[in-house]
Design a protein. Structure first.
Length: 180
């Protein structure tokens, strides 16, 4: 599992331990003749949760680069600050609508109040079966504020409940996109 190393820049230390992998359980309460279901889920946070792409033509201080095994990106203090919200957002996924991207992953929108401004903080994730029987992986791929730079790539909102995503992933069933 990915355990992110702390980052230091210009005398400021940025802790990333809140993005260490962890295991939680999502519980679907019993309803009617359906018994309670518990889904053990390994939460994994990706590099894009606290880094960004370099802008075209941007001169980036090499000290700002942060890498994983696949890519090198620019450490982003704003994404880092907002990433502190991610553990609570993920813990509450079962109580909020999730949306299809149409590309095999999903996202949620959290409203963030930063300096008196409401912002849409979008969190993208994918679910898969873990190597351990009966356990799922939930990979938080990216999280960022919807702004001008990201305006054109917003997927159409197609709501789906987290428990449907988890159940269908665990039972190897396709996750159908809800009708528009």
């Amino acid at each position: 599992m990915i355990t992110w190393s702390a980052f230091s820049y210009a005398g400021v230390d940025y802790d990333l331990s809140h993005l260490y992998p962890r295991r939680i359980e999502f519980v679907l309460p019993a309803r009617g003749d359906q018994p309670e279901r518990t889904y053990p889920v390994q939460i994994i946070f990706g590099l894009h949760c606290f880094t960004r792409s370099a802008e075209p033509g941007e001169a980036v201080d090499p000290e700002l680069f942060y890498s994983d095994a696949r890519e090198t990106r620019v450490f982003c203090p704003q994404r880092h600050r907002l990433s502190m919200l991610l553990p609570a957002i993920i813990d509450g996924l079962a109580s909020r609508p999730c949306y299809h991207t149409g590309k095999g992953n999903f996202f949620v929108v959290e409203m963030v109040d930063g300096q008196g401004t409401r912002q849409e903080y979008e969190v993208y994730f994918a679910a898969s079966r873990a190597a351990e029987r009966g356990v799922l992986n939930l990979f938080v791929q990216s999280a960022y504020v919807r702004d001008r730079a990201h305006k054109g790539n917003r997927p159409k909102k197609k709501p789906i409940r987290l428990h449907v995503i988890l159940h269908n992933t665990l039972t190897n069933r396709p996750i159908k996109e809800p009708p528009r």
